[in-house]
Each structure stands twice: as structure tokens, then as C-alpha cells.
Unconditional design. Structure first.
Lengths: 383, 313
């Protein structure tokens, strides 16, 4: 779940081929400027003739010449798509988005033609509510058997009827251990006046409120207006300590030590860590959010069957492991464990121990009560 | 509709776009008018069709949305209620709106203060190199606005170019907080919109009849007096076009405060963007957009009437 606010930023990034973590963005910005026009797609060979394959359990069905895959930016291994194209002769047109909001806005405004999208847990509930997803034929995706049990019975989609998980992670705090010497694993650190001006918060409405709600000992999915109000007051107090609200630039800011304490996603913080060894990741003791991004098929997808074949390919143990080894997020695929580098598998920040797992909560879509959060967030930002 | 102000506006923007005196064009249109309406309509058709499809129609859709509401999952529920408008004009947004207008006004004044001498220089002293100077003014457009805004992050951040230089020169010991402040947002807006000010000013100064200035000098006006009473009044159409071209997009900008701003630099453009994305309340976002548009239109109307008629009548 790697978000950037503006689609344009994604476009700029897409222009850059090869291994790419977002931390390289500023440096490559110049190149991106030149390439923006030609961006958006990894147009690798493939295509041409139609191939047939024996779909597991479902007889023989023709594969489409190409499928359209719409995923988060920097969220796939280098060889994932080329290997699929080579083996199945199906061209994968790969396009990126920056946030669940962008994805939904695009689908709602009638952008069609995508075969696979990768929304986050609570967004799947939203999309089901809007009736824009279609059921997956699991006969074509026998590799779901490789998933951990808890991803086969996720609360937002038990039985994987509409979604096959892609990668998962946690939300926490990235901090600079050289600058912040009195670190404790608590959300309180985001209110520590000693680090005024060096603290960043994410800009997603529910994520921001989750921090204050955890700190207050409430559920991040509360529908209680009084609790949300209390959280809002707490966040208003915090405002004067903040550098800014950001859901993407904090990677660079942690790396360059412009920010010392950043509310952010696990994998993003690990990217900052690659550049600056002092950067650490922490899941606060009060509890935190976990999330899983899952592959779904929109209602009007042109090549549903081929999309299912692709999903099945993704959950071959070695393919799933390849993605985790590359993007530093945890895989929902249990069978992939033996192919995931021990460095990642044994990292408690990527694969948290059971006691941490017990404190992790999914954000839930709250329907009409979302308004409570929207209003409170507007009051927070306008204050 | 032949108010002098509007003519001035139209001419200023037309010449800004064409980069030349609009005289021959209007003569040609005059001849066409004499000949046949059909030809004139044919000439207008592509633009009209374009505006209808990509301006009038979307505006209509937004207008319809603005009277609706938010569905459970963020879809638009059609209806007819003024709820969104009463929310849009709630006192909650007053500081945000004032800030947006304030930032945009400062940026407009700064671009005017920098753009006018620059445009004057190119128009009067540019000589054979005029086109080179003009191209230099436009060069930044060759790079995406986003990339240019990102470069300001690199320049302004605590380990950025400015702070590193100042620390190296022993002028400061601790890095200055330049980024994520109102300063950085106004700087970003000023930098980004400077060409929009310079080009119409140039167009208006370039076609200015130099003999009028010489006449002022001959009649005993000092250089400054001639500038104030002859040159500047004659370039009013350029000033109007330039200030509008800078002010309007600056008020509604959301990219600059988003990238260069801090927790206290929220502008109205950010609020509208949040409604369409994060809050998924398109109806409210539409009402906010329309309200902003209405305020701007009203402001422009009075501005052009005042500045325009006083100086062009």
C-alpha cells in the first residue's frame, strides 16, 4: 500500500524503468520529466497470437491476448510480469495508481477496461457496496490453497469470493534512532514536544484518526461521535508540532533527516531505511492498523478468465516470494515462506510476532458514519 | 456588450495569445461579417464544440451534483437541496478562503513587481534578442510543474541547497525552517505563475506607441512621471490580463500547498480535492467548486470594471 497523493506523481515515476524505490524519486525527477509523455505502461513484447491453456478444473479456455493490470506504484518484482508474459504469451499492460481514492474515483467516473485492480481491505467493502466487483471463479485459482488461513477468512471477504490478497503490512512509526534517543514504542512519540517541527502525519482521514483513537484506547472503527470528537481535539493539539501531513514524501524526509518521526506504512519506512541506517520502524504498544491489498476483478473487466489465470500465477510460491523479496512487504502466501529470504521472514517488523499481531486491527468501511470522520477531519485541517 | 473594460480584456488576452496586434484580425473578421455569417460560424464551430463538450457540459454535471448528496459508499445521490451550499459557506472555511485569497494576492503582486520590469526590458531593450528572451521566459514550461515544485523541496529543505550554503558560509548554525511554511507556498506560487504575468505584460508593452512616451518627455515629463502617467496606464490591459491569469489559478491551486505547505497552509483547492478523493463527497466538492467560482467571477467583474474603466475610458 504505497500511496502518493497525485496521479501525476505516479506518472512521473512510471516513466522510469527498472528497479525503483520511491526514495530515488528526487534524484531521477529530471529523467521523469522527459519520460512522462511515454509513461504508464510497461510494453514488453508478448501479445500476438492467442494461446490456449488447460485451466485447472475448468477444461480448456482461450486466454486473451492481453490483460490490463492496475496496481499501486513500486509494488511488484522486476521479473513478475515478464515471466508471465513469456510463459503464457499474454501481454500484461501495467498501469499504476497512487491511492485507493484515486482508484475508486477512476472506476466511479467510468474508467473501464481494467482486468485486475488491487484495492485495500476496507475499500473492497466500499466497492462491493457500490457493486463494481465481480465474483472470482476459484476453480481457476487453485493456488489460493497456498494462503495463510487468516487471509482465506478475512472479515471483508470471507472465502475469497471477490478478492485474492497481494501483499500486507502494518501502519506504525518510522523514526531516526540517531536523533530520537529516548524512543518508546508508543503513539505518544507523535506528540513529543522535544521533536516539534520534525514530526509528520499521514494525510488519509481514517489513518490519522486511528492514531489518536488508539492513543485514547478506543477502536479505530468507532462510530461514537464523542470519541471521534475527543480524538479530533487531541489531533488539533498535535498540529503545532507537525512539519506537515504527508502520505508519500515522508520516505525521503526520513532518509534525509528532515523528518525524525513519521507516521507511515511499514514498507515505506523500510525503503527509507535502505538509504539511512538510523531509520527504524515501530508498531506502538497501544495497537495499530494492519492492512492487506487484494487483487479484484471489476464488473466490466474484458478478460476475466485470463485475470484469474494471472492471479493463480501470482500465488505460485516462488512468484509470491519474489514480490516480497523485492518490495519488503509480507506475503499472504504461506507456501512462499521457503522462498522468501530469511532476512525478511525473520524480521519482526515485516512478519510481526504473535503478540504484536494480536494488537493489529483492520480498518472497516463505516458506510454513512464515514461522514463523522470526514467532518472531524475538515474541522481539524481548517482549525 | 461594448463596455470598454471588456474590450480591453479581450484585446489584452487575444494579443497575449497571438503575441501581436489584433488589428488585422479584427479587420478580417469585419470583412467576413460583411460577407457571410456562415463562414464566421464555421470558423467558430471547432472552439464552440470544444467548449460545449469540455467546459459547459462538465460544469453542468458539477452543478447537478452540487444539489445532491453523498451515498453510503461515496456515490452521488441526486436530489435538490441547498445543504451543500450552506455547508460550503460555513464559517469553518473562512480562514481557509481568506488564506487562499491572501496567498494568491501576494503571489500576484510579487509576479507583477518582477514581471513588469522584465517585460518592459524585453519590449523596449530586447532588440534583436527579443525572441530569445521570450523563449527563456517560457523555458520552465518545458518541464512539468510537479517536477519544478519538487525541485523547490530539494532547494529549501533543511539539508537543501540554501541551508547548506548558509551553514557553509557560517551565516547560520542551525538550518532554517524554509519548507512547509507559508513562505514556501507563496514562493512556489510566485515562481510557478511568473510567466503568466510576464507574457501578457510583454504583449501589451510591445505594441505601445513609443512616440507617446517621447512626446511626454518632450513636454517636460520626467522619466518616472512619464512611466507613471503614460506607460503604465497604456499597459493596463496587460496588467489586467496578467493579474487575472495569475490570481485565478493561484487561488484554486492545490499542488503547491500540498507539496510545499505545512499543517497550517491548507488552501481551498486542497479542501475541494479532499472532497473528491479522501472524503468521497462529490456533491459537497461540487458545491464548494461552484461557490469558489461564483466568488471569483464576482470579484473579477468588479475588478475589471474598476481598473478597466478608470484607465481606458
Amino acid at each position: 500500500m504505497k500511496k502518493m497523493d497525485k496521479e501525476l506523481r505516479v506518472m512521473a515515476l512510471d516513466g522510469l524503468a527498472g528497479p525503483m524505490t520511491r526514495r530515488g524519486f528526487i534524484k531521477r525527477a529530471g529523467a521523469a520529466g522527459l519520460l512522462v509523455g511515454a509513461s504508464g505502461f510497461i510494453a514488453a513484447c508478448g501479445g500476438g497470437e492467442t494461446t490456449t491453456t488447460a485451466a485447472a478444473g475448468g477444461g480448456t479456455q482461450e486466454l486473451a491476448k492481453e490483460i490490463y493490470f492496475y496496481n499501486w506504484s513500486d509494488y511488484i518484482a522486476e521479473d513478475t510480469i515478464p515471466n508471465f508474459q513469456e510463459e503464457f504469451g499474454v501481454k500484461v499492460v501495467y498501469d499504476n495508481y497512487s491511492s485507493n481514492d484515486t482508484l475508486l474515483a477512476k472506476l466511479q467516473s467510468g474508467a473501464t477496461g481494467y482486468d485486475i485492480i488491487v484495492p485495500t481491505d476496507y475499500m473492497i467493502t466500499t466497492m462491493l457496496g457500490l457493486d463494481i466487483l465481480q465474483e472470482i471463479d476459484l476453480d481457476n485459482v487453485p493456488n489460493v490453497a497456498n494462503l495463510y488461513q487468516r487471509f482465506r477468512e478475512a472479515p471483508f471477504d470471507p472465502g475469497n469470493k471477490y478478492s485474492i490478497p497481494w501483499q500486507w503490512g502494518t501502519t506504525g512509526i518510522g523514526y531516526n534512532s540517531a536523533k530520537v534517543t529516548d524512543w518508546v514504542d508508543s503513539w505518544d512519540m507523535l506528540w513529543n514536544e522535544a521533536y516539534s517541527g520534525k514530526i509528520t502525519m499521514m494525510s488519509e482521514i481514517r489513518d490519522v484518526f486511528a492514531v489518536a483513537l488508539f492513543r485514547l484506547g478506543y477502536s479505530p472503527n468507532t462510530r461514537d461521535a464523542a470519541q471521534i470528537e475527543e480524538a479530533k481535539q487531541m489531533l488539533i493539539e498535535q498540529k503545532s508540532l507537525l512539519k506537515h501531513y504527508t502520505s508519500d514524501t515522508y520516505i525521503d524526509e526520513l532518509a534525509s533527516e528532515d523528518a525524525w518521526i513519521s507516521h507511515g506504512w511499514s514498507g515505506d519506512v523500510f525503503q527509507a531505511q535502505l538509504e539511512n541506517e538510523a531509520v527504524m520502524y515501530s508498531v506502538p504498544n497501544e495497537g495499530s492498523l494492519t492492512w492487506v491489498d487484494s487483487m479484484c476483478i471489476p464488473k466490466d473487466a474484458p478478460s476475466k478468465h485470463t485475470a484469474e489465470v494471472f492471479m493463480n500465477y501470482i500465488h505460485r510460491p516462488e512468484v509470491a516470494a519474489g514480490i516480497s523479496n523485492y518490495v519488503y512487504y509480507a506475503s499472504p502466501n504461506e507456501a512462499a515462506e521457503e522462498f522468501i529470504s530469511s532476512e525478511i521472514l525473520e524480521d519482526p517488523q515485516i512478519y510481526p510476532p504473535q503478540e504484536t499481531m494480536d494488537k493489529l486491527v483492520f480498518l472497516e468501511e463505516l458506510g454513512e458514519d464515514t461522514e463523522l470522520y470526514n467532518t472531524a477531519y475538515q474541522e481539524l485541517r481548517a482549525s | 456588450m461594448t463596455k470598454p473594460a471588456e474590450n480591453g480584456m479581450a484585446e489584452a488576452s487575444a494579443s497575449a495569445i497571438l503575441g501581436q496586434n489584433a488589428g488585422p484580425l479584427s479587420r478580417a473578421i469585419g470583412r467576413l461579417r460583411g460577407h457571410s455569417f456562415a463562414v464566421a460560424n464555421l470558423l467558430m464551430a471547432p472552439t464552440m464544440l470544444w467548449l460545449l463538450l469540455f467546459l459547459a457540459l462538465p460544469l453542468g454535471v458539477i452543478l447537478v451534483y452540487s444539489f445532491g448528496g453523498r451515498g453510503t459508499y461515496g456515490d452521488v445521490i441526486y436530489g435538490f437541496s441547498f445543504d451543500n451550499y450552506s455547508r460550503a459557506f460555513s464559517p469553518l472555511w473562512l480562514p481557509v478562503i481568506l488564506r487562499s485569497f491572501g496567498f494568491a494576492a501576494i503571489a500576484t503582486l510579487l509576479t507583477l513587481a518582477m514581471g513588469y520590469p522584465l517585460a518592459y526590458f524585453i519590449a523596449v531593450y530586447g532588440g534583436r534578442r527579443k525572441n530569445i528572451y521570450l523563449i527563456l521566459v517560457m523555458v520552465p514550461f518545458w518541464t512539468s510543474y510537479l517536477i519544478r515544485t519538487y525541485s523547490w523541496i530539494v532547494i529549501l529543505r533543511s539539508q537543501g541547497v540554501v541551508n547548506t550554503l548558509l551553514q557553509w558560509a557560517n551565516i547560520i548554525d542551525q538550518p532554517l525552517d524554509l519548507l512547509n511554511t507559508p513562505f514556501s507556498v507563496i514562493l512556489g506560487l510566485t515562481y510557478g505563475f511568473l510567466p503568466f504575468m510576464t507574457l501578457p505584460l510583454y504583449a501589451s508593452l510591445e505594441k505601445l506607441d513609443k512616440s507617446l512616451i517621447e512626446a511626454a518627455w518632450d513636454l517636460g515629463a520626467s522619466r518616472i512621471w512619464a512611466l507613471l502617467t503614460v506607460t503604465i496606464p497604456l499597459s493596463i490591459p496587460g496588467i489586467i490580463a496578467g493579474t487575472l491569469l495569475v490570481f485565478i489559478p493561484a487561488v484554486g491551486d492545490f499542488v503547491t500547498p500540498d507539496l510545499l505547505g505545512g499543517p497550517d497552509t491548507l488552501m481551498i483547492g486542497n479542501v475541494i480535492q479532499q472532497q473528491f478523493l479522501a472524503a468521497r463527497d462529490w456533491a459537497y466538492g461540487s458545491a464548494l467548486s461552484f461557490s469558489l467560482m461564483a466568488i471569483l467571477l464576482l470579484g473579477i467583474f468588479f475588478y475589471v470594471r474598476k481598473v478597466g474603466t478608470e484607465n481606458l475610458a
